[in-house]
Design a binder for this molecule. Sequence first.
Ligand code: AMP
Ligand code: MG
Length: 493
Amino acid sequence: MSPQTALPIAPDAVGWRFDNTYSRLPDALFTAAEPARVAGPKVAVLNHRLASELGLDLTGLSPDAAAALFAGQDLPPGSQPIAQAYAGHQYGGFTVLGDGRAILLGEHRTPSGRLVDVQFKGSGRTRYSRGGDGRAALGPMLREYVISEAMAALGVPTTRSLAVATTGEPVYRTGQKKGAVLTRVAASHVRVGTFEYAARRDPAALRALADYAIDRHYPELADAPQKYLAFLRAVADRQAALVARWQLIGFVHGVMNTDNVAVSGETIDYGPCAFMNAYDPATVFSSIDSGGRYAYGNQPNITQWNLARFAETLLALIAPEPEAAVAAAMEVLNGFPAVFERFWLDGMRAKLGLSSAEAGDAELVHDLLGWMHAARADFTNTFRDLSADGPPAGEKYQTADFGAWHARWVERLAREGRPVAASHALMRSVNPVVIPRNHRVEEALSAAEERDDFTVLERLLEAVSAPFEERAEFAAYREPPADECGYRTFCGT
Ligand code: AMP
Ligand code: MG
């Protein structure tokens, strides 16, 4: 080619830098998969901000090219699509699962050297689809997009959402819905359930998986003594930190099955999740969780239960003698409540403007929560109201009960030995103004699904993108719903 010849536009003008590290693991852990052909791909929403963090440039793509890419019609160069095998305990019962409606394209290397999974969700059947169609409906994919991006803005470890494209094809759930594909970006999709699968398949696959997860997420443990025990402890610590963050912002995951627990410590698989309005530990949003297994107040306990399932898979790697392995694992598991409590109480102290620690702090927090529960006070707004300079305004704060608690808190703040304004500034940096409240999410999804109107969604995304800032134009997003009786998200995602 002469120097004058125009170079063809490189196929990776977007900036993809794919590797396929998961595909080099033992065959038992995945199978090849192909995204389905679809009739009419169209971009619904694109995350340009995330794209640039990943070193990708989507601005040069034509609408057709972007639609073909994000509906899985035109695969990025270097990708090698597979479906991952996994199992999981769902509502307590063990099942073999796998990516039934997701396809991993491989791992993209970001400019900072981070390796991230790029996955399509809703792109058609795989070896693991069982009776399912492998597809996803637009509403649930937009729900994951909004809530995952809101969580990221809140500073909570989470998978991210790069795009949603509609397929131009119907999917059949409760009635006919528009089909869609979500492009999800994650530290990885290795789950507790992946370990449960590998442990039951063969020891070689299990060890390879453990080494892979350590290398990707806990490289500092590569040469640690008792490496696999250290790995268990590190995963338990990250889960404790993660679920403490959920509790601190009133997030209810909704389906904490072990296949929905990422070993990286990211929040993953947004289904019937939602943010709590009025404080109530019994808050449940999933329509099928009638027993309240995954209620807000139960999330720390369930995390410990899930970690016990994880620990079981590692026993053979932890020590050759079962008794020794069990004893070592039990020590980690039994330590979980204290580790969780430390993350939670540190976070709660910050929410109350405390940078020092005193013995009575936990009681101070629990008494506030007790008052909130009795008063049906909004969780998010109460903490934000307390963050304002001056006494909190509002009728519910004028009661004797609240007054007594407030006086104790004011005394406690005085013992911080710094101006109260500094405490309030700390509070405003951790207590969000805007969360993606259920009624706002539903309003945005209905507009998109029923009227093809994505402006409501775009505005909600803007509102949740800077959750700690008080912006007058988004004041309405602070309001809890007038009536949330019976609010349920549906698991038919
Ligand atoms: P989830 O509720 O998204 O955590 O999914 C639980 C399991 O069901 C996973 O193995 C999914 O791949 C599978 N699954 C969910 N929806 C479908 C579907 N429409 N087709 C095939 N498999 C599905
Ligand atoms: Mg799942």
